[in-house]
Structures are given as C-alpha cells and as structure tokens.
Design a protein around this ligand. Structure first.
Ligand SMILES: C[S@@+](CC[C@H](N)C(=O)[O-])C[C@H]1O[C@@H](n2cnc3c(N)ncnc32)[C@H](O)[C@@H]1O
Length: 354
C-alpha cells in the first residue's frame, strides 16, 4: 500500500510501537493532535459519551472508595486520558451530592494531546482542575487513578518467536513508498522483559505494552507511597492467544491499519492477565477482573435508570434504554469491556466487585 514518509522521522524503519506513537501523537500530524476523535461526528464513541449513567456509576464508586479509605480530608483523583472531559463533568455533579467528599477531592487530568487538553478545558470549565504531565506534585492523601479506554490507545510492541528466537516487528518505509513489515532480533532488554512474564510463555506471537508499562511504573510508585488504587476499564482479553489485535477505525468503521494514517484511530486489545502479573510483581493486590456488564450492574445502573426514567417521555426513555443496552449487552460492550482494579489496601470487598 502506497504511503508517505511523514511518520518515519529520522529513520526508515521503526518498531511497531514507535511508529504508531508518531501516527497517533506526533505534535503536528498525529491523530490525537489534529482532530476530535470522539462522538457521532468523530471516529468512535466511548462509554462516557454513550450515557452519563456510566460516569455516574464510576463517580459513586469513587465516593465509596473514599469511604473505604476512611474519608480522608485529601483525596486525589487522577483521570488518565480524559478524552473530551465527559466523565469529569459528571463527577463534578455527583460530587456535589456528597459535601464532605466534594471538599476532600482534588482532580488531576493526565493528557498527552494538546488538542484534547484544550477541548477538556473548554468543556469542563472549572478552575480547580489541574492538568499534569507527571504525578510529582501530588503529595498528600490517597490516590484513585482511573482510565477508560486509556490503555488501548497506547501503542504496543509486537514480537514473533521462531525456533525459540524472539524477533520484533518493525515497519520499514521503502523506496517505492510502500510500508513493509520487517522483523529484527529482539533486544536483550526486551527478551528479558518478555521472559519475565509467565502469561507470555509458550506464545509464538506476542504483544507487549512497553510504553503503557512505563506509564504504569509511575502510577505504581505513587500508589505505594500515598496508598490507593487504579481502576482500568477497557476492551481486552484474559488469555492471550497469539493474535494480532492492532486495529484501526475511521468514522465508526474498520479501516486497514496502513490506510488513512494520522486520520484514523489505532488501538489494540488490553491483555488483562499481563496487567495482573505486572501489578502483583509490584506488590499491589489485584481484584478478579470482571466484565463491564457485571460491574455496572453491581453498581446499580439498572435501578438508577429506572428512577431517572420515571419522569421521561417515551422517546427519552427508549433512548436511555438503548444506550444502557449498548453498555451492558454481552454482544455489544458488556463482555468485551473489562473492569480491572489494583490497590494496596487490606480491604478487598470493593463496591462493584462482588
Ligand atoms: C480512546 S481515548 C479515551 C477518552 C476517554 N477516557 C473516554 O472514555 O472517552 C484515549 C485518551 O487517552 C489519551 N492518551 C493516550 N495515551 C496517553 C498517554 N501516554 N498519556 C496521556 N494521555 C494519553 C488520549 O489523548 C485520549 O484522551
């Protein structure tokens, strides 16, 4: 497939994660820095954009976690990759119903895209929210990290194992303007890293979220020093199965991953067992990963829908229940999306994770 070289900076050949990092986050041409990907007019839609009820359930969950923490006077909530800020808008509304929580909470947003940061600022319009590039200035009180569809958006590495030798996949820009898949022997450091994960043993095609793990290392450090947890909601799997899960979407339709570079979204499925192994290695406790359907139902999303729908017109009610179906149906988002929690507190009976 013919392409142009603008995402091959300084090199004609680069590992899959570095190439897609340029495609998605290049300051000038990157997908996330040039357009708003979210919503009906964008390329894909996420749970906070489908229904406010989703965000309400997460917000109430955060209040219950703050109670488990013993209602500390300072609570830090850090949203990872806040998109257009939809979740935070709902969190601020819910928070007002819990005055003590409202005073205690401090909200931080961790966002890589300058374009989306501006959008979030306009959309949320609240002076008390702080955008951060790292977590160094968060010093007092426990932390709740939350990321919805954050990890699927962070490029991953891909490897194949042949006759016990590990090769890393690269993309190489050729003279005829085609991008070709090539393989190079994996670095010693990457071999060591991959061999340290039991879940990856025996696979002949391996996906590894090295950039994502780098982000998580900073998060773990923060949780271990201040106490707290991380809640991750994303699409993904429990058992890796030699599959290439990188996918591209444009205007709500599947797209060839090399087509519309910089104009289409590129993601991969999250390996939740790998995340579990990572957090356990780092001395955190990991709850059983559950489906989005189970989590939202445990949090009472259906009761809430019933209550708010009482005053709705027939049309509004149908719309609400259609949206709920999209979030909960096992055939739609209900099963594919998983809810993952890692923390360092003795309490394991977390609301939502029955
Ligand atoms: C798929 S969107 C999800 C947006 C939002 N959470 C939602 O559910 O609507 C991914 C978000 O993560 C951000 N992001 C991706 N990689 C990031 C990184 N390494 N650091 C900070 N933000 C990142 C993107 O810019 C975007 O805001």
């Amino acid at each position: 497939m013919k392409s142009d070289s603008k995402f091959f900076k300084n090199s004609n050949s680069m590992p899959v994660d570095r190439f897609f990092q340029n495609v998605l986050y290049d300051k000038k041409n990157g997908y996330y820095n040039t357009k708003n990907p979210l919503g009906a007019k964008g390329d894909f839609i996420t749970a906070p954009k489908i229904s406010n009820l989703f965000s309400e359930m997460i917000a109430v969950w955060m209040v219950s976690i703050w109670e488990i923490f013993g209602k500390p006077k300072n609570l830090n909530i850090i949203e990872l990759g806040p998109g257009d800020g939809s979740f935070i808008k709902v969190l601020l509304q819910v928070s007002k119903r819990f005055p003590e929580f409202d005073i205690a909470k401090k909200i931080y947003l961790f966002e890589k895209s300058k374009f989306l940061k501006q959008k979030q600022k306009r959309n949320i319009n609240n002076k008390n929210i702080v955008w951060v590039k790292n977590f160094d200035n968060i010093k007092k009180g426990p932390v709740i990290f939350f990321g919805n569809e954050f990890f699927d958006a962070i490029p991953i590495k891909q490897f194949k194992r042949e006759r016990k030798i590990l090769f890393e996949k690269y993309y190489t820009f050729q003279r005829n303007f085609e991008i070709k898949e090539t393989f190079k022997k994996a670095s010693k450091q990457d071999i060591k890293m991959i061999n340290s994960y039991k879940i990856l043993k025996g696979l002949n095609f391996i996906e590894f979220p090295k950039i994502g793990i780098n982000e998580l290392n900073k998060i773990v450090k923060k949780i271990l020093s201040l106490n707290g947890c991380i809640l991750i909601i994303d699409y993904g799997y429990i058992k890796p199965n030699n599959l290439d899960t990188i996918q591209s979407v444009i205007k709500h339709k599947k797209n060839h991953i090399m087509k519309n570079l910089g104009k289409a979204d590129i993601t991969s499925h999250v390996n939740f067992s790998l995340l579990k192994e990572f957090f356990l290695k780092n001395s955190l406790i990991v709850n059983k990963t559950i489906t989005q359907k189970d989590f939202l139902e445990n949090m009472g999303i259906k009761n809430r829908a019933e209550i708010i729908s009482k005053k709705m017109s027939f049309r509004e009610k149908s719309d609400l229940y259609l949206r709920l179906k999209r979030l909960l149906s096992p055939k739609l988002m209900g099963n594919l999306f998983k809810v993952f929690l890692a923390h360092n507190l003795k309490e394991t009976n977390y609301h939502g994770f029955k």
